[in-house]
Design a protein around this ligand. Structure first.
Ligand code: NOJ
Length: 567
């Protein structure tokens, strides 16, 4: 039998450096700030840190618009500080994964500057340049090469007066898409990746990596009722050459490296069938993916169309992913990251039951099969913040959406309500280290306001509290390390039609775990179709201060029971 891959029993912690810890008082987090907080990570016990981008960037999309792949933005520090951080993490047994953003660069990257210089530039073909639609006047509305909208509102094309052509940008106009059809582009990316690996990092989180292969004819997309632009995603998500590119990358960059690496592909729109291919070890593409289905269940027509949460939909989705990757492949497990609202506000209760529901959500997620990711602050039960009006938002996605939607006649209050619920800034408010004025994040003026609940919700108050959310997460991390059934066991979903209770088993050899989570604020009976007796089973995890194992679950209760069958 093959030895199990190391990352099956690992837990990853995501740092969004801008919002983690500021060491120099400029109001923006930095690498020295992370170095100063390494104890936090060690205490939590995580195995890997994924650092969101720290490369030089005009910060149009907070660093996901990179202008130099082989340096550090002065806001965050420099390469020496970066090396010190890697050494500090390695010294504590923690691996480091960098964000790899190669679907696009910044428009201020030297490659794009050259590409833009003229039609005969040697790098012209490094990006997606196209003439205006035939029969139109270049630069006028409707003359764009196709009808695609950008993820950040407006057209996905920007007109370039100098050459009279347009370039494609699936995200902001300052994030032109690289043309992966061109082998020189691929080679340049692989060279850059090897440079970071030589510097000692342990892998990559690959930003929207399933967008890099596009249907080269770039056809118009469907225009939905009420929309101005067409949907290009069918021609972009997991395009024709995506498996070829990822395998090539694997061969050119990772093959021959014999230290343990972690390769995770962020893949909006990926299907479970495709994920099984992407993560099949024999195909040598990536180790695991970030899929998006379960974070779309409360969104209707686009992300701002907020639907009520239905637990059955969540179970149907996550259950299908568990089954689809059971035999081959592997998944990442996440509720949160820098793009998602806080889970305790989304699927839990950020009022009266904040702590208990945060622990329940953590328990349910971490007991699934897959590699769990903790996003900074999730381990404290941080919740969505307060945004009084549009001036409190910082994210380009939110600000652009507000501008476009209100210009098109939408009610500003309704737009704000959607932004407060789904907006990415909820994830980006400063890490809450303590209860002081700026939450211990900075001595200056934070680039985005601190959540007022930091007075109560903060790390300092939780470290030594045996009932805190932090202590609970620490136990979950320990459990993945110590209990093989958590890391490697089979998964069986139970009670699929129950709208209130999440229930499943994990089993490995003689061990069986039963995981129960009450997703409501009321006591709920548990009617398990198990036929076997769990009375007398060991209570492995609970989120109740004074637990009694009964036939009903208390509001937001989480319970993990273990039975060991003797051979
Ligand atoms: C996905 C990243 O997670 C998000 O923050 C970013 O805006 C887009 N990709 C574009 O890079």
């Amino acid at each position: 039998m093959q030895p199990e891959q190391w990352w099956k029993s690992a837990v990853v912690y995501q740092i969004y450096p801008r919002s983690f810890a500021d060491s120099d008082g400029d109001g923006v987090g930095d690498l020295r700030g992370v170095i100063n907080r390494l104890d936090h990570l060690e205490r939590l016990g995580v195995d890997v840190v994924w650092l969101s981008p720290v490369y030089p960037s005009p910060m149009d999309d907070n660093g996901y618009d990179i202008s130099d792949y082989q340096d550090i933005d002065p806001t965050f520090g420099d390469l020496d500080t970066f090396d010190e951080l890697v050494a500090g993490l390695h010294g504590r047994g923690i691996k480091v994964v960098m964000d790899l953003v190669v679907n696009h660069t910044s428009d201020e990257h030297a490659w794009f500057a050259e590409s833009r210089a003229g039609l005969d530039s040697p790098r012209r073909d490094w990006y997606w340049w196209r003439p205006a639609r035939p029969g139109t006047t270049p630069g006028t509305p409707g003359a764009e090469p196709n009808n695609w909208g950008s993820f950040f509102s407006g057209s996905a094309w920007q007109y370039d007066e100098r050459s009279g052509e347009y370039y494609l940008h699936l995200f902001s106009r300052k994030q032109p898409d690289l043309n992966w059809e061109n082998p020189e582009v691929r080679e340049a990316v692989y060279t850059m990746m090897r440079w970071w690996l030589d510097r000692g990092i342990d892998g990559f989180r690959m930003d929207v990596i399933n967008f890099i292969s596009k249907a080269t004819e770039l056809p118009d997309g469907e225009v939905r009722p009420g929309e101005l632009f067409g949907d290009g995603t069918p021609y972009v998500f997991s395009g024709p050459r995506i498996h070829e590119y990822l395998h090539e990358m694997h061969q050119r960059v990772f093959a021959g490296i014999d230290r343990p690496l972690l390769l995770v592909g962020e893949m909006p729109g990926v299907t479970v069938e495709d994920a099984a291919l992407f993560t099949d070890p024999d195909r040598a593409e990536v180790d695991m993916v970030f899929q998006f289905e379960h974070v779309g269940i409360d969104q209707g027509d686009g992300k701002w169309d907020v639907l009520p949460f239905d637990l059955r939909t969540l179970k149907a989705s996550l259950g299908r992913w568990q089954r689809g990757l059971a035999a081959r492949g592997w998944n990442s497990l996440y509720w949160n990251n820098h793009d998602q609202p806080r889970v305790v506000s989304r699927f839990g209760d950020d009022g009266e039951h904040r702590e208990r529901s945060a622990k329940m959500l953590g328990t349910v997620l971490h007991l699934h099969r897959g590699t769990p990711y903790i996003y900074q602050g999730e381990e404290l039960g941080m919740s969505n913040s307060v945004f009084h009006d549009i001036s409190a938002f910082r994210d380009i996605e939110a600000v652009n959406h507000y501008g476009h939607a209100t210009a098109a006649g939408a009610d500003p209050e309704q737009v704000l309500t959607a932004l407060r619920t789904m907006g990415r800034d909820n994830a980006r408010t400063p890490m809450q280290w303590d209860g002081t004025l700026r939450a211990g994040f900075t001595t200056g003026t934070p680039w985005i306001e601190v959540n007022p609940n930091h007075v109560e919700v903060n790390a300092a108050a939780q470290y030594d509290d045996k009932d805190s959310v932090f202590t609970h997460y620490r136990r979950l991390v320990d459990l993945r390390h110590s209990e093989p059934a958590v890391a490697y066991g089979d998964f069986t979903m139970l009670l699929e039609d129950d709208p209130h209770v999440y229930a499943f088993t994990r089993s490995l050899e003689g061990t069986e775990l039963l995981v129960l989570g009450n997703f409501t604020g009321e006591t709920r009976p548990v009617d398990l179709p198990l036929g076997t007796d769990w009375a007398g089973a060991e209570l492995l995890v609970t989120n109740l201060d004074d637990p009694h194992v009964t036939g009903a679950l208390a509001p937001w209760e989480a319970r993990v029971l273990a039975r060991r069958l003797s051979a």
